[in-house]
Design a protein around this ligand. Sequence first.
Ligand code: SF4
Length: 305
Amino acid sequence: MFPQRSPSPAAAVAGDDPRKGAVLRNVVCVQGRLELEGIPDRLVRVTPARLGTWSICPRRYRMTYLDRPAPSRGGAWAHSTLGAVVHNALRALFELPAHRRTPEQAALLLRQHWKSDGFAGAEQAAEYRRRAEGWLSDYVDRFGDSDTVVGVERRVSAATGTIIAEGRVDRIDQRAGELVVVDYKTGRHALSAEDARDSRALALYALAVRGMSHRTCRRVELHHLPTGRILAWEHTEESLARHRSRAEELAAELQAATDALHTGQNADTTFPPRTGRHCSSCDFRQHCPDGRRAAPDIAPWALLG
Ligand code: SF4
């Protein structure tokens, strides 16, 4: 029996179809890698959270996503707990039919999902639970009967340019025949329409929603629960392309650093610390002398509004 010969890379891609062989003349092999003209040889999977962590601090990125076993993290943050509780309650609320989304139901769901991790004590936790019940009741009173919701906490993933943009969208609405990306916010800072415009997360979600649905998705919205304000932005092809281009640059940087680390280069050189005020709230500051020198410890409830 003759040993089977491995097909050439182009033939392997073309299979038995000679017409495909002609099409694949654009296939070239560079240093052992297949490249298709106009198609990147490797798509980098990214989430807005990954890109954001890389932008803030490469060392934090390494400890969050690459180091195994994963380094221990600091304790819970009250503002993160509050945000997670509100998101969970809103998810449960918008999974209900519109006629059941009442202010009373919103407050009930908030109480059912409540957690007190990171708060100073029972009194502070109770105060913020009351506040959050009020936020949700007011929000549902104004917007709860909307019948435009088509997706809640929906995972999205689509190739765009040299990246695969992924993540979980808080809500997807359908209005006037177009899809709209909705992101809930619970932070203490007032937001503006520019925040919606500049949000890389919202832009990447819009691109991913487009890629998956093949529908128009231009409008992105931040829904700020503490103030009840909705900050919206209508993206153009150009503004989405700018976000995508910046995301591609960041993805290429973090992938190059990851590859360098895997070939044995020094971790502190490939993923240097980037210190600043953000070090006070870094989950890994106990492992990072640079960060501890750069910014003081703060209480777990210090970033509540
Ligand atoms: S403490 Fe600061 S420098 Fe250290 S990993 Fe965290 S963010 Fe980076």
